[in-house]
Design a protein around this ligand. Structure first.
Ligand SMILES: [Zn+2]
Length: 483
């Protein structure tokens, strides 16, 4: 340890003054090459901003990283576990974390580490023998790459079979929830630890910085509550809302809005017309809001079918686009496993937007009800030609289902390949706070503050879903602006 502290305080290699991010060389075992390259691309490439070359070494049971162009410093050895598993164990319960997890006191490796201990999803399968060859190496006793792969690819969702009534994997079945880690972006903490350990080995290294921000997105399940609706539909919608939030005040507001918007044709007084408030919040946060529209043509048990070609919705598309915000797809309840259905819905969105004079490029969006199946949904989104997905968060719990608050490339675990699709993992949905966690206003703000602190701690994006039809939506958006 004393030697490593000495390395830390040594002067940077002269080459580093001109070459802050030298090319890394990564030596690793030969199993699971596509999987290992994928996670190296994310952690070394995207998170740390390093370029690297791989050297496959048969029988190597840890990962070694060094910088051939830098003559000073030492190698980093990182524990391995998941990628040492044989085919027979892959995607089985035996290749998932064993609870309770151990915690690694990172200061034993990185003396100035200020973020406390880190949970170890996978301990190293073996440790390098300390001999003359290992004297110039620092060992990080945690399988960072295997754990990040496990979290990013939602590996456990192909192992655990339980689902809720909408076919969704439940938060309570996840290792993150059971270990109390859902609200920690553990992958981002791991990559920070990796970077800091590399800097102990080679002082002066610099890594990519990740600014923190909040991004709002809005699933448009019901564009308007009363506008151009039948009397029966208006009565049903008002009764449904009053059943969930019974109050005389709300009943009066709904009656007045129904009279003005439904009977009077004043779209501005419609309760679901919160678009301007949401866009104001996005502009205050300095990010474009994302509005995801449904284009399913037949009403279903869990969804309304509305026509984007109607004049008021064409006008809405123009208004959103005109203010610099983003239009995307809210894919229907049944589309999560069908690229053909998705493609049809995407084509409808593109043609409706074109009709409104809006050309959409690089379209993304989210599945209705957060229905998502691994890897079918990601694969379908890629095949349909969508660019990014923002579905992968839990309905019943806030936090980081993929262990990260940074967007990342999706990976198909069954076809063993990186997909041409980015995931923007959802951390917080308005309905989660009220309907699932049953939080009051103050607790909601505390919850948002905690998540924002976690995102700011590592640098990333707090992805927040607020429905336009949520009466509390504009208030929630304003609270986010004042965090
Ligand atoms: Zn929806």
């Amino acid at each position: 340890m004393t030697d490593k502290v000495a390395v830390l305080s040594a002067a940077p290699d002269p080459l580093l003054t001109s070459l802050k991010r030298p090319r890394a060389r990564v030596r690793l075992g030969t199993a699971w090459p596509n999987e290992q390259r994928y996670v190296l691309d994310v952690l070394l490439g995207e998170h740390l901003g390093l370029s690297y070359e791989i050297e496959a070494v048969p029988g190597l049971s840890w990962v070694e990283i060094d910088f051939p162009d830098i003559k000073t410093g030492c190698r980093l050895q990182v524990g391995a576990n998941l990628f040492l598993r044989p085919q027979a164990q892959w995607l089985s319960a035996s290749a998932t974390p064993v609870l309770p997890l151990e915690n690694l006191d990172c200061r034993a490796v990185v003396p100035d580490w200020e973020f406390g201990s880190i949970p170890v999803l996978f301990p190293p399968a073996s440790k390098p023998r300390v001999g003359s060859a290992e004297k110039d190496a620092l060992f990080l006793p945690v399988d960072i790459f295997g754990a990040a792969f496990f979290l990013l690819t939602r590996y456990e969702e192909l192992v655990v079979k339980g689902r809720d009534k909408h076919g969704r994997f439940c938060a309570r079945d996840s290792a993150g929830y059971r270990a109390g880690l859902l609200e920690r972006p553990l992958v981002d903490e791991y990559s920070r630890l990796l970077g800091r350990a590399l800097r102990v080995c080679v002082p002066g290294l610099e890594f990519r910085r990740h600014p923190a921000r909040i991004r709002l997105s809005h699933d448009i399940d019901h564009p308007y509550q009363f506008f151009h609706k039948s009397t029966g539909h208006m009565a049903y919608s008002a009764a449904k809302e009053l059943f969930r939030n019974p109050s005389l005040r709300r009943a009066w507001d709904l009656a007045r809005a129904g009279a003005c918007s439904g009977f009077g044709g004043d779209v501005l007084s419609d309760p679901f017309n919160s678009y301007a408030s949401l866009m104001n919040a996005g502009e205050a946060l300095g990010v474009a809001c994302e509005f995801y529209f449904m284009t399913v043509q037949r009403r279903g048990r869990y969804e309304e079918a509305y026509d984007l070609n109607k004049p008021e919705l064409q006008e809405l598309l123009r208004r959103i686009h005109g203010r610099g915000h983003v239009i995307g797809l809210h894919a229907s309840y049944d589309s999560f496993s069908s690229s053909q259905t998705l493609k049809k819905e995407l084509d409808f969105l593109l043609s409706s937007a074109r009709r409104a004079g809006v050309t959409l490029e690089a379209v993304g969006g989210r599945q209705h009800y957060l229905r998502w199946e691994n890897p079918t949904t990601w694969r379908s989104w890629e095949q349909a030609g969508l660019t990014y997905d923002t579905t992968v968060g839990f309905a019943e719990h806030v936090g980081f289902r993929c262990g990260t608050c940074r967007d990342f490339p999706a990976f198909d675990l069954l076809e063993s390949r990186k997909l041409d699709l980015r995931e923007r993992p959802l951390a917080l949905m308005d309905a989660t706070l009220k309907d699932y966690l049953k939080l009051g206003p103050e607790e909601m703000v505390n919850q948002m503050r905690n998540l924002w602190a976690a995102v700011k701690g590592v640098g990333g994006t707090l992805e927040v879903l607020i429905h336009n039809c949520n009466p509390q939506g504009p208030w929630l958006a304003r609270q986010l602006c004042s965090l």
